[in-house]
Design a binder for this molecule. Structure first.
Ligand code: M6R
Length: 367
């Protein structure tokens, strides 16, 4: 049932191209710029009336929400707030019928997320859920659903569900932008193409990324700590890399926004501190590189993930992993792959129970 893979997690990492394609299939026709989300449960007039969006989720699904905030605010122009469900539930919520609440959950059963949407619904907010499990509690209680079609995810560490959530959230961004006319038809086509194309890029790169990570890990698997840094759309991916590593390898790991290092965490950097930095050639590249230079100046052990052809990177460290250039907006899907594989290979090398890490359950139905 693991189809020749040693662990479900590895199998699920390799299933990501298919999971992403299944999630976008039938919902987007890139050539015509057509995006359709029939199960969304919101008519065009309601969509045009949305004044704010509240995203609620836990763990990895919360990281997907953080990426979506960047996308929706940029392309749809609606303010987005993002909450961890266990915080959302217990703070003062300013919601009403012009706020759309969106829960993001692989299982559709996470207790805090479920409680969050119940509260939001009582306050008059419309509820949309992005979910992977057909018929789960969350999908039954929401006004609308966008299913991620990732297929069953067995490994406790979420992988293909996450990249499928990103695909679904990008689709949602395009759909909202189409209805509210904040995205030009030409741009809609371009972004649609980029979304559909990312599955093929990941498919092609996966084996190379894995073998490059395997070459690295002998030098990193016995680290005590690990930092992940990124900016903009890749900041949540740094958080995701750190979560993956700590949950399956039990190495202490933190993710930071690169620009935040100088406000404290840089004090941790010395010759024993590994730092994976996500530095694609995007709009914040120069800023990211100057942060990386600060890490280098303090002898941090840098692993750089950047754009193929970027000749500056090997001047900063020997451990450079290149990814192809894709549309900047889709970088989070691509840059997740090396972070997942780093966590997987390190946990495997340390002999950890990758699919069933200690103290964790696949579906967190307790509060
Ligand atoms: O089923 P959900 O997406 O609601 O689950 C949320 C978190 O429990 C989940 O993402 C958790 O953080 C994963 N184990 C991370 O890999």
């Amino acid at each position: 049932e693991k189809a020749g893979f040693k662990h479900f997690m590895l199998k699920e990492i390799f299933e990501q191209p298919e999971a992403i394609l299944n999630t976008v299939k039938g919902r987007i026709i890139p050539d015509s710029g057509q995006v359709d989300l029939p199960e969304i449960g919101l008519d065009d007039e309601t969509i045009r009336g949305i004044e704010r969006i509240a995203l609620v989720a836990c763990g990895t699904s919360w990281h997907a929400a953080l990426v979506a905030k960047y996308w929706i605010e940029k392309w749809v122009g609606v303010p987005v707030e993002v909450d961890i469900a266990s915080e959302f539930r217990y703070r003062t919520l300013l919601l009403n019928d012009r706020v759309l609440t969106i829960s993001i959950s692989q299982s559709g059963e996470t207790a805090d997320t479920l409680a969050g949407i119940r509260l939001a619904s009582q306050l008059g907010s419309r509820i949309l859920t992005i979910c992977n499990v057909v018929g789960s509690t969350m999908t039954r209680e929401a006004d609308g659903v966008i299913y991620t079609h990732a297929g069953p995810e067995i490994g406790v560490a979420s992988t293909k569900a996450f990249t499928s959530q990103l695909a679904a959230l990008f689709l949602l961004t395009l759909y909202l932008g189409k209805v509210r006319e904040t995205i030009e038809p030409e741009t809609l086509r371009e972004l649609g193409h980029a979304l559909v194309g990312i599955a093929g890029v990941i498919e092609e790169e996966l084996p190379t990324i894995r073998s490059q990570i395997q070459e690295l890990i002998e030098r990193y698997y016995d680290s005590r700590d690990f930092l992940f840094v990124g900016r903009g759309l890749n900041f949540p991916i740094a958080l995701e890399g750190a979560l993956k590593l700590k949950e399956i390898s039990y190495i202490h790991a933190e993710g930071y926004a690169s620009g935040e290092l100088k406000h404290g965490p840089i004090a941790l950097i010395d010759k024993d501190m590994p730092v994976m930095a996500l530095v694609p050639r995007d709009g914040v590249y120069q800023k990211s590189i100057s942060n990386v230079e600060e890490i280098k100046a303090r002898q941090g052990r840098l692993v750089l993930i950047g754009t193929r052809g970027d000749e500056h990177l090997p001047t900063l460290t020997d451990d450079v992993l290149y990814l192809p250039r894709v549309h900047d907006e889709l970088n989070p899907l691509l840059y997740t792959i090396p972070a997942q594989l780093l966590a997987y290979e390190i946990a495997n090398r340390r002999g950890c129970d990758v699919d069933q890490p200690r103290n964790l359950a696949k579906s967190v139905t307790v509060e």
